[in-house]
Design a protein around this ligand. Structure first.
Ligand code: FAD
Ligand code: NAD
Length: 478
């Protein structure tokens, strides 16, 4: 029953860390009645990250892409415990997770421990800064809801400050220079959304900024979107040019101050030069780094001594060197890109595995009972009947034990690039298709809409799109 208060001592305790793509996909498919399930995450909602860049400009309101974990868990068959806390340390030997309530309101107890029999680590990743000085202090990331809200406010603050009375023209230029570092999909999608915001709303509402508002995307490699095919990279770069977004490739940021970035660029002649690029808004999107709790766990397991990018897992998603710890998503390394698509498939596969592990246990217990009954059966006929039942259970047991290893199916890559255009590398029955343009944009919209967590999310997102189209995006700063 959903209100069962205490853990059942006859069941194993399965602790799941995180409420992101990996963990929530696992929870969605998990038969929770088989285990005492405990979820620990500082975030009491699931976030549909693919639409987060749209929240930075108000095309979509952030609550439309959030799903409260409580709402989702209450529909599970058996009760699941949820603790809003951060796992600060996993003690692998002691089979304990130390957790900490990091929120504003703390009770008498705000740090404690949670024992586990089985553990799934799905804590995702942090933002990479590569130790570049000034990044944490001066730039904004784009990973969580709070980040998107901060960016939305900063854009408006820059615009309002640029139009402040008697502002010097150089300062106006600096304040309206929006710099994005990192030409992966996060940086590209954000740059596209920001330029859209300017084109369809900002320049009408605040005409004074029209001449100086400018978006620049800085990328260390020779091109943006390295995971897409060459034609789509070229298409994106051409579209950005038309939208007047500057792309600075072969330019690596080395230092960040409160007013400018220092970047080393390589010219066509191979010569390197350092330049200072002033900015008003700086968004940093250079990929993933390890979370401290993961780094600490790596240090406890000798088999992980060479792991740098995350917890190395085997084809059953078991953390190498352990027996009862699994990892999914961005904190796991299994030769796949750190994407929502991978995390979701890993979570769903793990749920099926846990469900079949529970069934295996159930069948084994049934077999033990049956062989007992066979021994005690009076006469041949009764023994034969039990023997028949044993055969049947053994058959079912073999079937559940035949779980094939995890295999990722790539459904394609999609990214929004602004001005109602998107790029897609999708595999169809006919082979790979690389497409970009307005039709792809509608495909992008419908694909993401169908992937939203719930019908409620889907309706809210559609309403936001409609609202932004009819009334324009809201430019209030809160
Ligand atoms: P996350 O979804 O990041 O979840 C991690 C969870 O762990 C969170 O709930 C977090 O609160 C929790 N947590 C953190 N620390 C702790 C701790 N110490 N203890 C307990 N819990 C903790 N991928 C795609 O495939 N397609 C896209 O279009 C796409 N768009 C993206 C857009 C943006 C802006 C970003 C940032 C990412 C995008 N991604 C996309 C990548 C995708 O979001 C990630 O790969 C995915 O979120 C990874 O899932 P995860 O479960 O590993 O981690
Ligand atoms: P990323 O790792 O894909 O890209 C980061 C980029 O930053 C790289 O191209 C790198 O060369 C560049 N960079 C690093 N340091 C730099 C420096 N000092 N100066 C200039 N450039 C620098 O990161 P991301 O875009 O945040 O994506 C993270 C993950 O999430 C990826 O796996 C990505 O596929 C996934 N994602 C997917 C989508 C999508 O499918 N639409 C959207 C967002 C994110």
């Amino acid at each position: 029953p959903a209100d069962q208060p205490e853990p059942d001592p006859s069941k194993k305790t399965l602790v799941i860390l995180g409420t992101g793509w990996g963990s929530v996909s696992l929870l969605k498919k998990l038969d929770t009645e088989n285990y005492n399930v405990v979820v620990v995450s500082p975030r009491n909602y699931f976030l549909f990250t693919p639409l987060l860049p749209s929240c930075t400009t108000g095309t979509i309101e952030h609550r439309s892409i959030m799903e409260p974990i409580r709402n989702f868990l209450r529909h599970k068959k058996a009760a699941v415990k949820y603790y809003e806390a951060e796992a600060t340390k996993i003690d692998y030997e002691k089979k304990v997770v130390y957790i900490n309530d990091d929120s504003e309101i703390k009770g008498d107890v705000s740090a404690t421990e949670v024992p586990f029999d089985m553990l799934v680590v799905g804590v995702g990743a942090e933002n990479a800064t590569f130790g570049i000085p000034g990044v944490r202090e001066h730039s904004l990331f784009l990973k969580e809801v709070g980040d998107a809200q901060r960016i939305r406010n900063r854009i408006m603050d820059c615009c309002e400050t640029a139009t402040f009375k008697d502002q010097h023209p150089d300062e106006v230029k600096r304040l309206l220079h929006m710099v994005v570092v990192g030409g992966g999909p996060t940086g590209v999608e954000f740059a596209g959304e920001l330029q859209d915001f300017f084109n369809s709303d900002l320049k009408k509402w605040i005409p004074d900024i029209k001449a100086n508002f400018h978006v620049t995307l800085v990328e260390a490699l020779p091109n943006v979107l390295p995971m897409f095919s060459k034609t789509l990279i070229e298409y994106t770069e051409k579209t950005f040019q038309e939208e007047t977004i500057s792309i600075r490739t072969k330019t690596m940021v080395k230092n960040v101050t409160d007013r400018y970035i220092e970047a080393e660029s390589t010219g066509p002649d191979g010569k390197k030069q350092i330049e200072k690029i002033p900015y008003g808004l700086l968004v940093w999107a250079t990929g993933n780094a390890l979370r401290p709790v993961v780094k600490d766990l790596l240090g406890q397991i000798p088999a992980q001594k060479d792991s740098r990018r995350g917890l190395a897992v085997n084809e059953y998603l078991v953390v190498k060197g352990t027996e009862n710890v699994w990892a999914v998503g961005d904190c796991a390394v299994a030769n796949y890109a750190p994407t929502a698509q991978v995390a979701a498939q890993e979570g769903a596969w793990l749920a099926r595995m846990f469900n079949s592990m529970a069934k295996t246990h159930e069948f084994e217990q049934e077999l033990a009972k049956l062989s007992d009954a066979q021994e005690k059966a009076p006469g041949k006929e009764a023994r034969d009947q039990v023997f028949g039942e044993i055969k049947e259970v053994q058959k079912r047991l073999r079937r559940v034990k035949q779980m094939s290893p995890f295999e990722y199916t790539h459904n394609g890559s999609l990214a929004y690039i602004g001005s109602e255009k998107a790029v897609a590398d999708v595999s169809w029955l006919t082979g790979n298709i690389a497409t970009g343009g307005t039709a792809t944009y509608f495909f992008w919209r419908s694909a993401y809409l169908s992937m939203c967590f719930s019908t409620r999310n889907r309706i809210l997102v559609m309403m936001d799109w409609g609202k932004a189209k009819v009334f324009g995006r809201d430019v209030s700063r809160v």
